[in-house]
Design a protein around this ligand. Structure first.
Ligand code: ZN
Length: 306
C-alpha cells in the first residue's frame, strides 16, 4: 500500500497553449483512479509562506504572491506562466510535499508517498522562477525534513530528462542532502556536468542525445548507483517522465519499463525500510507520462509491500 497525495485543484492552474498543461494532471489522476484506487489517497494542504521560505528568499516569495495578475496570464520567465488561480496550485504542491514528511514522522502511514502535483519545481532557484516552476517542492520538503532533526542523511534522485539546477544549487553546500540526477546533457538548463560535485554530495549523470535503454542503464549505474556509498534515512524521487522516447521536449529514448528499473535499482541499493517521497516533475507526452509513471508506481508498491 502506498500513499498518493493528489488533488483535482491542479486542473485550475491554466497555462494556455503550453507543454506543462492541465491535461498532464488529468492523465495522472486517471491513472491513479484506474490502477491505484485501493491505495491511500490523500488531499494536500496549503503551504504557508514561512514553509516556502525554508529554501526561497522571503523577497522572492512575496514577489510571487503579489505579482500574479487577477486576469490573464502572468509570465515569471518566458517558460513559466501563471493564471489567476495558479498560486493555489503552487501552495498545494509545496504543502503536499511537506505533508508527506509529517505523515512519516507521525507514523500515520507506512512511509511510501507519491505526490501528484503540478507544476514541476526542480528548476526553481531560491530567488527565481524557471522552467515551468515557481517553488521547488522537493527542496522545500527535504529542507523541512532535515530541520525536524528526525533525518540525518537525505538522498534526492532526479530522473527527469532536465537537470534540476534549482535543487542542486540549493543543496550544493549541504553535506546532509545528496542530489543525484540523470539528464540529457548538454541541454536545458545548461547545468549538470560530471564535475559539479558540490561538497561531495552532488552526483550528476549526463546522458548523450539519443541515449537508449542500455546506455542509460550503464551510465546511471556508473555515475550514481556505484558512486554513492552512504546510508540514507529518507529518499526522494524527483520523478519526471520526459526522458521517455515519446516525449516531445527532449531526445532520450527510454522505454516504459526503464522507469521501473531506475526506481527499483535505487530502492534495492539505498532503501532498507527507509521512507520514500516521490514528487512529480516533468513528462509531456501523455502516453509516456501515463506508462512511465505507472512503472515507477509499480516499483514503489512492491517496495511498500516488502
Ligand atoms: Zn523535465
Amino acid at each position: 500500500m502506498i500513499n498518493i497525495i493528489f488533488s483535482e485543484e491542479y486542473k485550475n492552474h491554466d497555462t494556455g497553449n503550453h507543454p506543462e498543461a492541465i491535461k498532464r494532471i488529468e492523465v495522472v489522476n486517471n491513472l491513479i483512479k484506474e490502477e491505484y484506487s485501493k491505495h491511500n489517497l490523500i488531499e494536500p494542504t496549503i503551504a504557508k509562506k514561512q514553509m516556502i521560505s525554508l529554501v526561497h528568499d522571503v523577497e522572492y516569495v512575496n514577489y510571487i504572491f503579489d505579482s500574479i495578475s487577477t486576469s490573464g496570464f502572468t509570465y515569471f520567465d518566458p517558460d513559466t506562466i501563471a493564471c489567476p488561480n495558479s498560486l493555489n496550485s503552487y501552495l498545494l504542491a509545496v504543502g503536499g510535499s511537506v505533508d508527506a514528511v509529517n505523515y512519516i514522522i507521525n507514523n500515520e502511514n507506512n512511509g511510501v508517498f507519491f505526490c501528484a502535483h503540478r507544476p514541476p519545481g526542480h528548476h526553481a532557484e531560491s530567488n527565481k522562477a524557471m522552467g515551468f516552476g515557481v517553488f521547488n517542492n522537493v527542496a522545500i520538503s527535504a529542507q523541512y525534513a532535515l530541520n525536524t532533526g528526525k533525518f540525518k542523511k537525505i538522498l534526492i534522485v532526479d530522473f527527469d530528462v532536465h537537470h534540476g539546477n534549482g535543487t542542486q544549487h540549493i543543496f550544493e553546500n549541504n553535506p546532509n542532502i545528496y542530489y543525484a540526477s540523470s539528464h540529457q546533457y548538454p541541454y536545458y538548463p545548461g547545468t549538470g556536468s560530471l564535475d559539479e560535485v558540490g561538497v561531495g554530495n552532488i552526483f550528476n549523470c549526463p546522458l548523450p542525445s539519443d541515449c537508449d535503454t542500455s546506455t542509460f542503464r550503464s551510465l546511471f549505474r556508473k555515475n550514481i548507483v556505484d558512486k554513492i556509498d552512504t546510508k540514507f534515512d529518507l529518499i526522494y524521487f524527483s520523478a519526471g517522465f520526459d526522458a521517455h522516447k515519446l516525449d516531445p521536449l527532449a531526445s532520450i529514448n527510454l522505454e516504459d519499463d526503464d522507469f521501473y528499473w531506475v526506481t527499483k535499482i535505487i530502492l534495492e541499493k539505498f532503501a532498507n525500510n527507509v521512507p520514500i517521497i516521490s514528487v512529480l516533475e516533468g513528462g509531456y507526452d501523455m502516453k509516456g507520462l501515463y506508462h512511465g509513471l505507472n512503472n515507477h508506481l509499480k516499483a514503489l508498491v512492491e517496495y511498500s509491500d516488502e
